[in-house]
Ligand binder design. Structure first.
Ligand code: ZN
Length: 479
């Protein structure tokens, strides 16, 4: 495995550009998957043998950062290459101190991704791609504007990744599209850390004739899920259900280190489960002769925290367990088994894909192409923004080896991610000049985003229907 910069790759020492650009794109977003819980990102537990094997044959971005610690803004950035404060598909609620959890009626997922924004699926559809998506969870849905550009978009249509993958391959086999975008949004790593089930409300549209098959297959999947028991000796109150997690997340609840270990083991079990199906996806593409014509992207929208900085699950913070996501991209004809160590962001994914596909990018994208050589040899230091919600005003700026966080109240944190990767020591007091510099840099970026957002569409409120509300409840977001 080689660790390398994009500039070095651009010298052509490893890249061997194909004569024709790749034809298709498969995008897999594993919701809530933090990078450091995959073997290929250094995890000691065997959570991800098949993802690791895939990465060995791909470009792996070792330092990829998410623009927000929760699904809607982050995913909208991935799909548009615009930051949350510009695309505005985010929350106007104060997501402070678990308000969203304990006073769920105060929680408002404010706006959807406006139709005026161009998404990856729209650009590819207009370039002649057949576009198909199967998503799990609430935010990746049409209610929040994320179905734009998909000819077929299946929302919580099946109980999970196995069934969505079967449907994807059935579609590919029947349609035999000349070019395609296939998007899978996977929820099994997200809390609750329990096996999949057929939910009466959410899955009422399952074909009644196929119910015996679904029941049998769900039973199989439950066994597969439970098989990866990373902490078999545990005896205690943690079971990974949503009720259980909310109880432990409550401020002031005493949580034993042993119980946190179990929470992590349960989370890891979901990763091992998804890993199996990512492997099946790769095998399925290979069997169909599509693997060497297709860009395959595996990433996540944000991570998950286990009290590293006092909280459980996700939504609020900007620490590495939350923002550092896997980004593994296999491009036919591109260098393989290479680790790119530069800091990159989910905001860069769309321009990179368009560059590899040789499709012109629309004006105004806020990311850059990660195609080796695209940025030239002397790419300037990039800093990536973290924007959790618009109202609260907490922001983060993340550059190579450093992170600056500023709360809406003006509290500041600065971390040296090389010397202090766990972000234990706030260096603002020792390095006031650096803090001043990053504060100014952040203010500049905020002003720039505000100016751009003003030129774009007015945010449009998301109308949350009963099915979405039910799904949000199942994920622990609403009451
Ligand atoms: Zn998410």
């Amino acid at each position: 495995m080689k660790t390398i910069s994009l500039a070095y790759l651009s010298l052509g020492l490893l890249a061997c550009s194909p004569a024709v650009p790749p034809r298709n794109v498969v995008l897999v977003v594993v919701d809530t998957l933090r990078a450091d819980h995959l073997g290929v990102y250094g995890y000691e537990r065997p959570t991800s043998p098949r993802i690791d094997a895939f990465a060995a044959d791909a470009l792996r971005f070792a330092d990829a950062t998410s623009p927000a610690p929760w699904t809607l803004p982050s995913l909208a950035t991935l799909m548009t290459s615009l930051y949350p404060s510009v695309h505005r598909a985010t929350s106007e609620s104060d997501l402070e101190d678990m308000t969203w959890y304990f006073q769920p009626r105060e929680f408002r997922a404010f706006s959807k991704l406006h139709d005026a924004h161009l998404t990856l699926a729209e650009i590819l559809r207009d370039a002649g791609f057949a576009t198909w998506g199967a998503v799990q969870g609430s935010y990746p849905t049409g209610v929040f504007g994320l179905a734009q550009g998909f000819e077929t978009y299946r929302e919580n249509a099946t109980p999970g990744i196995r069934f969505d993958l079967e449907d994807a391959f059935a579609w590919l086999d029947a349609k035999q599209p000349k070019r395609f975008l296939l998007y899978l949004h996977v929820i099994e790593v997200h809390a609750p850390y329990t096996p999949i089930e057929i939910r009466r409300g959410a899955h009422r549209k399952l074909d009644p004739e196929r119910m015996p098959y679904y029941r049998e297959a769900v039973a199989e999947e439950r066994l597969r899920f439970l098989k990866s028991d990373f902490d078999p000796g545990y005896r205690g109150p943690i079971d990974g259900s949503q009720e259980n997690l909310s109880q432990f997340a409550r401020p002031g609840t005493r949580v034993r280190a042993r119980d946190v270990q179990q929470l992590v083991a349960l989370y890891d079990r979901g990763i091992a489960y998804v890993d199996h199906w990512v492997g099946e996806l790769i095998d399925g593409l290979r069997e169909r002769g599509l693997y060497d014509e297709t860009i395959v992207v595996l990433t996540s929208d944000h991570g998950e925290e286990f009290f590293e900085h006092g909280r459980l699950e996700h939504s609020l913070s900007y620490y590495e367990e939350m923002l550092k996501v896997p980004l593994i991209v296999r491009v036919p004809g591109e260098a393989r088994g290479v680790v790119v160590d530069e800091t990159v962001g989910l905001v860069d994914v769309l321009p990179s894909l368009l560059d590899w596909l040789e499709i012109p990018a629309p004006d105004g994208l806020q990311g850059r192409s990660l195609r080796p050589g695209a940025g030239g040899d002397e790419a300037p230091e990039r800093a990536y923004l973290g924007e959790a919600s618009l109202r609260k005003g907490d922001l983060a700026l993340r550059g190579p080896g450093w992170k600056y966080i500023r709360s809406g109240q003006g509290n500041e944190e600065l971390y040296d991610l090389v010397a202090d990767p766990r972000e234990r020591t706030n260096r603002c007091a020792q390095q006031p000049a650096d803090c001043d510099r990053y504060r100014a840099r952040l203010a500049e970026r905020v002003a720039e985003h505000r100016a751009r957002a003003d030129l774009l569409a007015t945010p449009e409120p998301a109308t949350i229907d009963d099915a979405t509300l039910e799904e949000l409840k199942a994920l622990g977001y609403a009451d």
